[in-house]
Design a protein around this ligand. Structure first.
Ligand code: GLY
Length: 304
Protein backbone atom coordinates (compact mmCIF):
# COMPACT_ATOMS: atom_id res chain seq x y z
CA UNK A 1 0.00 0.00 0.00
CA UNK A 2 1.18 3.52 -0.77
CA UNK A 3 1.14 5.71 2.34
CA UNK A 4 -0.95 8.91 2.29
CA UNK A 5 -1.45 11.67 4.85
CA UNK A 6 -4.15 14.37 4.65
CA UNK A 7 -4.73 17.32 7.00
CA UNK A 8 -7.18 20.20 7.34
CA UNK A 9 -7.05 23.55 9.14
CA UNK A 10 -10.76 23.98 9.82
CA UNK A 11 -13.94 24.86 7.96
CA UNK A 12 -15.03 28.48 7.96
CA UNK A 13 -15.41 31.68 6.02
CA UNK A 14 -11.66 32.21 6.05
CA UNK A 15 -12.03 35.85 5.09
CA UNK A 16 -8.26 36.17 5.19
CA UNK A 17 -5.69 38.57 3.80
CA UNK A 18 -2.85 37.59 1.51
CA UNK A 19 -0.39 37.09 4.37
CA UNK A 20 -2.70 34.81 6.35
CA UNK A 21 -3.36 32.82 3.21
CA UNK A 22 0.38 32.31 2.72
CA UNK A 23 0.83 31.38 6.39
CA UNK A 24 -2.04 28.87 6.31
CA UNK A 25 -0.65 27.22 3.18
CA UNK A 26 2.86 27.11 4.65
CA UNK A 27 1.72 25.50 7.93
CA UNK A 28 -0.42 22.90 6.15
CA UNK A 29 2.56 22.03 3.94
CA UNK A 30 4.82 21.81 6.98
CA UNK A 31 2.34 19.54 8.80
CA UNK A 32 2.15 17.25 5.77
CA UNK A 33 5.91 17.11 5.21
CA UNK A 34 6.74 16.64 8.92
CA UNK A 35 4.03 14.01 9.41
CA UNK A 36 4.99 12.12 6.28
CA UNK A 37 8.70 12.11 7.09
CA UNK A 38 8.14 8.90 9.11
CA UNK A 39 6.11 7.01 6.50
CA UNK A 40 8.76 4.39 5.77
CA UNK A 41 9.27 3.35 9.39
CA UNK A 42 6.31 4.81 11.26
CA UNK A 43 2.59 4.09 11.48
CA UNK A 44 -0.41 6.10 10.35
CA UNK A 45 -0.84 7.01 14.04
CA UNK A 46 2.67 8.49 14.06
CA UNK A 47 1.94 10.47 10.89
CA UNK A 48 -1.28 12.04 12.15
CA UNK A 49 0.07 12.77 15.65
CA UNK A 50 3.09 14.63 14.25
CA UNK A 51 0.98 16.51 11.68
CA UNK A 52 -1.60 17.59 14.27
CA UNK A 53 1.16 18.70 16.64
CA UNK A 54 2.53 21.00 13.91
CA UNK A 55 -0.97 22.45 13.39
CA UNK A 56 -1.49 22.89 17.17
CA UNK A 57 1.85 24.68 17.49
CA UNK A 58 1.28 27.06 14.57
CA UNK A 59 -1.04 29.43 16.44
CA UNK A 60 -2.94 29.95 13.19
CA UNK A 61 -5.70 27.44 13.78
CA UNK A 62 -8.23 26.90 16.54
CA UNK A 63 -6.28 24.17 18.32
CA UNK A 64 -3.35 23.99 20.73
CA UNK A 65 -1.58 27.37 20.86
CA UNK A 66 -4.23 29.05 18.66
CA UNK A 67 -7.19 27.79 20.72
CA UNK A 68 -10.13 30.10 21.15
CA UNK A 69 -11.58 31.10 24.55
CA UNK A 70 -14.85 30.45 26.33
CA UNK A 71 -17.19 33.07 27.76
CA UNK A 72 -14.95 33.45 30.84
CA UNK A 73 -11.89 34.11 28.66
CA UNK A 74 -10.30 30.69 29.36
CA UNK A 75 -8.98 28.03 27.03
CA UNK A 76 -10.23 24.43 27.20
CA UNK A 77 -9.32 21.91 24.53
CA UNK A 78 -10.56 18.58 23.17
CA UNK A 79 -8.64 16.05 21.05
CA UNK A 80 -9.02 12.46 19.89
CA UNK A 81 -7.24 9.78 17.85
CA UNK A 82 -8.32 6.41 16.46
CA UNK A 83 -6.07 3.58 15.22
CA UNK A 84 -6.26 -0.24 15.09
CA UNK A 85 -9.64 -0.51 16.87
CA UNK A 86 -8.44 1.73 19.66
CA UNK A 87 -9.25 5.34 20.43
CA UNK A 88 -7.79 7.83 22.87
CA UNK A 89 -9.23 11.24 23.67
CA UNK A 90 -9.13 14.11 26.13
CA UNK A 91 -11.95 16.52 26.87
CA UNK A 92 -11.88 19.88 28.56
CA UNK A 93 -8.09 19.86 28.98
CA UNK A 94 -6.54 23.17 30.00
CA UNK A 95 -2.97 22.25 30.83
CA UNK A 96 -1.24 20.74 27.78
CA UNK A 97 0.16 22.74 24.92
CA UNK A 98 -0.50 19.70 22.70
CA UNK A 99 -3.74 17.88 23.58
CA UNK A 100 -3.05 15.47 20.70
CA UNK A 101 -0.04 14.10 22.63
CA UNK A 102 -2.26 13.54 25.67
CA UNK A 103 -4.88 11.78 23.52
CA UNK A 104 -2.14 9.48 22.27
CA UNK A 105 -1.09 8.70 25.84
CA UNK A 106 -4.72 7.77 26.64
CA UNK A 107 -4.81 5.54 23.54
CA UNK A 108 -1.51 3.80 24.15
CA UNK A 109 -1.06 3.76 27.91
CA UNK A 110 -4.55 3.33 29.38
CA UNK A 111 -7.47 0.92 28.97
CA UNK A 112 -9.82 3.87 28.51
CA UNK A 113 -10.95 6.02 25.64
CA UNK A 114 -11.75 9.42 27.13
CA UNK A 115 -10.16 11.21 30.10
CA UNK A 116 -11.72 14.52 31.14
CA UNK A 117 -10.96 17.82 32.81
CA UNK A 118 -8.67 18.03 35.84
CA UNK A 119 -7.82 14.34 35.56
CA UNK A 120 -6.67 14.87 31.98
CA UNK A 121 -4.56 17.84 33.10
CA UNK A 122 -3.05 15.82 35.94
CA UNK A 123 -2.19 13.04 33.52
CA UNK A 124 -0.53 15.58 31.22
CA UNK A 125 1.58 16.90 34.11
CA UNK A 126 2.47 13.40 35.25
CA UNK A 127 3.57 12.46 31.74
CA UNK A 128 5.74 15.57 31.53
CA UNK A 129 3.86 17.30 28.72
CA UNK A 130 4.60 20.96 28.07
CA UNK A 131 2.12 23.46 29.56
CA UNK A 132 -0.06 25.69 27.42
CA UNK A 133 1.15 29.32 27.49
CA UNK A 134 -2.40 30.74 27.50
CA UNK A 135 -4.52 32.52 24.89
CA UNK A 136 -2.81 34.44 22.09
CA UNK A 137 -3.03 38.26 22.13
CA UNK A 138 -5.27 38.26 19.04
CA UNK A 139 -7.66 35.82 20.70
CA UNK A 140 -7.82 37.95 23.85
CA UNK A 141 -8.36 41.08 21.75
CA UNK A 142 -11.28 39.46 19.95
CA UNK A 143 -12.68 38.37 23.32
CA UNK A 144 -12.25 41.81 24.93
CA UNK A 145 -13.83 43.59 21.94
CA UNK A 146 -16.80 41.28 22.09
CA UNK A 147 -17.24 41.68 25.85
CA UNK A 148 -16.89 45.48 25.56
CA UNK A 149 -19.66 45.60 22.98
CA UNK A 150 -21.83 43.53 25.28
CA UNK A 151 -21.10 45.90 28.18
CA UNK A 152 -22.01 48.92 26.04
CA UNK A 153 -25.33 47.22 25.49
CA UNK A 154 -24.90 46.98 21.74
CA UNK A 155 -27.29 44.52 20.25
CA UNK A 156 -25.13 41.60 19.30
CA UNK A 157 -26.57 38.48 17.86
CA UNK A 158 -24.86 36.46 20.52
CA UNK A 159 -26.66 33.18 20.31
CA UNK A 160 -24.40 30.16 20.37
CA UNK A 161 -24.60 29.65 16.63
CA UNK A 162 -23.90 33.27 15.84
CA UNK A 163 -20.79 33.32 17.98
CA UNK A 164 -19.55 30.17 16.30
CA UNK A 165 -20.17 31.72 12.92
CA UNK A 166 -18.04 34.64 14.01
CA UNK A 167 -15.29 32.26 14.94
CA UNK A 168 -15.72 30.52 11.62
CA UNK A 169 -14.66 33.79 10.01
CA UNK A 170 -11.24 32.71 11.10
CA UNK A 171 -11.33 28.94 11.30
CA UNK A 172 -12.07 25.88 13.38
CA UNK A 173 -10.62 22.59 14.55
CA UNK A 174 -7.67 20.80 12.91
CA UNK A 175 -7.58 17.16 11.85
CA UNK A 176 -5.66 14.48 9.99
CA UNK A 177 -6.21 11.08 8.39
CA UNK A 178 -3.58 8.67 7.12
CA UNK A 179 -2.96 5.22 5.72
CA UNK A 180 0.43 3.59 6.23
CA UNK A 181 2.57 1.08 4.34
CA UNK A 182 0.77 -1.76 6.18
CA UNK A 183 -2.65 -0.41 5.02
CA UNK A 184 -3.62 0.62 8.55
CA UNK A 185 -5.76 3.76 8.75
CA UNK A 186 -5.83 6.42 11.47
CA UNK A 187 -7.84 9.58 12.17
CA UNK A 188 -7.39 12.42 14.65
CA UNK A 189 -8.79 15.84 15.60
CA UNK A 190 -7.84 18.65 17.98
CA UNK A 191 -9.70 21.84 18.87
CA UNK A 192 -10.13 24.78 21.18
CA UNK A 193 -13.87 24.35 20.67
CA UNK A 194 -16.28 27.18 20.06
CA UNK A 195 -15.60 30.88 20.70
CA UNK A 196 -17.56 32.03 23.79
CA UNK A 197 -18.74 28.52 24.58
CA UNK A 198 -20.09 27.85 28.06
CA UNK A 199 -17.42 26.63 30.45
CA UNK A 200 -17.64 22.83 30.49
CA UNK A 201 -18.88 22.50 26.92
CA UNK A 202 -17.42 19.58 24.94
CA UNK A 203 -17.71 19.34 21.16
CA UNK A 204 -17.37 16.60 18.56
CA UNK A 205 -13.60 16.48 18.28
CA UNK A 206 -12.89 14.03 21.15
CA UNK A 207 -15.84 11.75 20.40
CA UNK A 208 -15.19 8.69 18.19
CA UNK A 209 -17.77 8.53 15.40
CA UNK A 210 -18.46 12.26 15.65
CA UNK A 211 -15.21 14.23 15.27
CA UNK A 212 -13.08 11.33 14.05
CA UNK A 213 -13.32 7.67 13.08
CA UNK A 214 -11.06 5.06 11.49
CA UNK A 215 -11.36 1.34 10.81
CA UNK A 216 -10.13 -1.09 8.14
CA UNK A 217 -12.32 0.56 5.44
CA UNK A 218 -11.32 4.17 5.88
CA UNK A 219 -10.80 7.20 8.08
CA UNK A 220 -12.65 10.51 8.42
CA UNK A 221 -12.39 13.71 10.49
CA UNK A 222 -14.81 16.57 11.03
CA UNK A 223 -14.68 20.33 11.53
CA UNK A 224 -17.47 22.80 12.16
CA UNK A 225 -20.27 23.13 14.68
CA UNK A 226 -19.65 20.27 17.08
CA UNK A 227 -23.24 19.99 18.24
CA UNK A 228 -24.45 19.19 14.70
CA UNK A 229 -21.61 16.77 14.08
CA UNK A 230 -22.41 14.98 17.35
CA UNK A 231 -26.11 14.77 16.49
CA UNK A 232 -25.39 13.12 13.14
CA UNK A 233 -22.55 10.73 14.14
CA UNK A 234 -20.99 12.15 11.04
CA UNK A 235 -17.59 10.47 10.75
CA UNK A 236 -18.96 7.04 11.68
CA UNK A 237 -21.54 7.47 8.90
CA UNK A 238 -18.83 8.45 6.42
CA UNK A 239 -16.67 5.45 7.26
CA UNK A 240 -19.67 3.11 7.10
CA UNK A 241 -20.24 4.40 3.56
CA UNK A 242 -16.58 3.68 2.78
CA UNK A 243 -17.19 0.08 3.95
CA UNK A 244 -19.90 -0.09 1.26
CA UNK A 245 -17.28 0.98 -1.31
CA UNK A 246 -18.75 4.45 -1.68
CA UNK A 247 -16.09 6.91 -2.88
CA UNK A 248 -14.84 9.26 -0.12
CA UNK A 249 -16.23 12.36 -1.88
CA UNK A 250 -19.68 10.77 -2.22
CA UNK A 251 -19.60 9.49 1.37
CA UNK A 252 -18.89 12.99 2.68
CA UNK A 253 -21.48 14.53 0.36
CA UNK A 254 -24.18 12.29 1.79
CA UNK A 255 -23.68 13.36 5.43
CA UNK A 256 -22.97 16.96 4.47
CA UNK A 257 -26.34 17.09 2.68
CA UNK A 258 -28.03 15.82 5.85
CA UNK A 259 -26.24 18.42 8.00
CA UNK A 260 -26.99 21.25 5.57
CA UNK A 261 -30.66 20.35 5.24
CA UNK A 262 -31.15 19.98 9.02
CA UNK A 263 -28.95 22.77 10.34
CA UNK A 264 -28.13 25.06 7.42
CA UNK A 265 -24.98 25.90 5.50
CA UNK A 266 -21.76 27.29 7.01
CA UNK A 267 -21.82 24.50 9.58
CA UNK A 268 -19.36 21.68 8.75
CA UNK A 269 -16.56 20.15 6.70
CA UNK A 270 -14.82 16.77 6.47
CA UNK A 271 -11.84 14.98 5.02
CA UNK A 272 -12.00 11.24 4.32
CA UNK A 273 -9.57 8.59 3.08
CA UNK A 274 -10.42 5.05 2.02
CA UNK A 275 -8.39 1.84 2.16
CA UNK A 276 -7.37 2.27 -1.47
CA UNK A 277 -5.81 5.65 -0.70
CA UNK A 278 -8.54 7.76 -2.29
CA UNK A 279 -8.94 11.05 -0.44
CA UNK A 280 -11.52 13.86 -0.48
CA UNK A 281 -12.34 17.05 1.38
CA UNK A 282 -15.79 18.73 1.24
CA UNK A 283 -17.43 21.50 3.27
CA UNK A 284 -20.55 23.66 3.31
CA UNK A 285 -18.59 26.72 4.48
CA UNK A 286 -16.86 29.19 2.19
CA UNK A 287 -13.52 27.47 2.70
CA UNK A 288 -11.70 24.65 4.45
CA UNK A 289 -7.96 24.68 3.89
CA UNK A 290 -6.81 21.09 3.50
CA UNK A 291 -4.25 19.06 1.65
CA UNK A 292 -2.49 15.76 1.25
CA UNK A 293 0.86 14.17 0.55
CA UNK A 294 1.63 10.75 -0.88
CA UNK A 295 4.68 8.70 -1.71
CA UNK A 296 5.49 10.57 -4.90
CA UNK A 297 6.31 13.44 -2.51
CA UNK A 298 3.89 15.90 -4.12
CA UNK A 299 2.01 18.11 -1.66
CA UNK A 300 -1.43 19.36 -2.72
CA UNK A 301 -3.17 22.20 -0.88
CA UNK A 302 -6.84 22.87 -1.59
CA UNK A 303 -9.90 24.50 -0.11
CA UNK A 304 -8.71 28.08 0.37
N1 GLY B 1 -15.67 21.24 15.87
C1 GLY B 1 -15.16 21.69 17.08
C2 GLY B 1 -16.13 21.91 18.13
O1 GLY B 1 -17.30 22.14 17.85
O2 GLY B 1 -15.77 21.88 19.28
Amino acid sequence: MKAILAVHGGAGKWAVDEKTYRDVKKVLEEALVEGFRVYRTGSSLDMITIAIEVLENSGIFNAGIGSTVDVSGSISMDAGLMYRNRAGAVVYAKYPKNPVKLARIVLEKTDHIIIAGDAADNLARKMGLEPHPGPLPRTLELYRNFMEKLRRGEKIESTFKKSLEMWLNIGDTVGAVAIDKDSVLAAGASTGGVFLKMPGRVGDSPIPGAGFYANECGAAVATGIGEYILLTHATLKIVEELCNNTLPGKAIEKILNVITSRFGSNTAGFIALDKLGRVAGLYNTRAMPWGYISEDGAVKILGI
